[in-house]
Design a protein around this ligand. Structure first.
Ligand SMILES: [Cu+2]
Length: 122
């Protein structure tokens, strides 16, 4: 095999491998509070459980209140073999509806994002 043919063959193999991994990016599989939940007291942290291991540096959330104000959060960390993103809520959330906007990078190099809502009871 010539050098250029070898290059083509390895590129093709790499492309196949990468397309195989495309189905493995991180999907949100569970959260605390759960999607649509109404909780009696403000959560002290938001837990997002994903299907894949995450890269913490490029993963995070925003907690948006009804008035579009962003709630203050602490430093995120990973647990559960890197699959669960834990974000501390810095100050108690007043009663209302909150949207969690998340974005993550899984260790296979794919970015995913989404959002869900929960309510804090008055
Ligand atoms: Cu992926």
């Amino acid at each position: 095999m010539s050098k250029s043919h070898w290059f083509l063959a390895t590129s093709f193999a790499a492309a196949l491998l990468m397309s195989g991994q495309a189905t493995a990016h991180a999907h949100l599989s569970a959260s605390v509070p759960t999607d649509g939940a109404t909780v009696g007291t403000s959560p002290t942290e938001i837990d997002l459980h994903f299907s894949e291991e995450l890269n913490l540096k490029f993963s995070g959330i925003k907690i948006i209140g009804a008035d579009k104000a962003e709630a203050k959060t602490g430093n995120a960390k990973l647990t559960d073999s890197g699959k669960t993103l834990v974000v501390p809520v810095s100050a108690a959330l007043p009663a209302g509806t909150y949207t969690v906007e998340w974005h993550v990078l899984s260790t296979d190099g794919h970015k995913t994002s989404g959002s869900y809502s929960f309510n804090v009871k008055p």
